[in-house]
Write a protein that binds this ligand. Structure first.
Ligand code: NI
Ligand code: MN
Length: 228
């Protein structure tokens, strides 16, 4: 079965691949854009990009309910263990590990990572998911950086980029990111959750189509696309 990528809303994605369900940044409670409820998801794996509340989200309660393996940077996995989450796998920037569903590699991201209680969440990350159907680059919360070119050199089937501005790249820099990464397809995210990050996503998609070779995939929260 092809890998299925669902935008749950804001920075939250669900990826179903090889019989496993992965949720990146499981932010349900308090997320006005979330298309499903926390109690309706049962991931095998959770990946957390950084410590902010809209990304750690409901990791603790979902992991405790499901026993899902939580992959994040070392500082966040240490913090999660103190919250009673024992099934964790620490990685750090530049490091990768082969899991049963594919290889996960953490990349740099230019952002913050303080945890909700003020604890040190290490450095924020992006994620490369090397799956049998192709490689997904989930940029996480980040500003534009030129090393996206090197990330793109890994051969990106699908990139998910923030376009909301204010806290992350806005539409102009996200367009420059597409030009550096050169993914086959790109999903915009982290926009219009709140008025502060409201964006015209269709206008952005039209610019991606006109100025790059990537295909923009504009999803509504809850909608999916397939890889491969
Ligand atoms: Ni953030
Ligand atoms: Mn965020």
């Amino acid at each position: 079965m092809a890998t299925k990528v669902t935008w749950i809303g804001h920075g939250t994605f669900q990826i179903e691949t090889g019989g496993k369900t992965i949720i990146i940044d499981p932010f349900f409670n308090g997320n006005p854009a979330a298309a499903v409820k926390e109690e309706d998801v049962s991931p095998d794996v959770i990946i957390v990009t950084h410590g902010h509340g809209d990304h750690v989200g409901d990791t603790v309660s979902i992991a405790q309910r499901t026993g899902a393996l939580v992959i994040s940077n070392f500082e966040i996995t240490e913090w999660l263990q103190k919250q009673g989450v024992s099934n964790v796998h620490p990685l750090h920037i530049g490091g990768s590990h082969a899991f049963d569903f594919g290889r996960v590699k953490l990349t740099i991201a230019h952002h913050g990572s303080m945890l909700p209680d003020g604890s040190n969440g290490g450095n924020p990350c992006g994620v490369l998911l090397k799956l049998s159907d192709g490689t997904i680059y989930h940029a996480g919360d980040t500003g534009l950086f030129y090393d996206m070119k090197m990330i793109g050199a890994e051969g990106i089937e699908l990139a998910t980029l923030p376009i909301g501005d204010n806290f992350t790249m806005g539409p102009d820099d996200a367009l420059r990111a597409v030009k550096l990464i050169e993914p086959k397809r790109v999903i915009p995210s982290h926009f219009s959750t709140w008025p502060l990050i409201e964006q015209d996503v269709d206008a952005w998609a039209a610019r991606v189509k006109a100025e790059t070779s990537a295909v923009p995939v504009v999803l509504k929260p809850g909608e999916s696309c397939e890889l491969g």
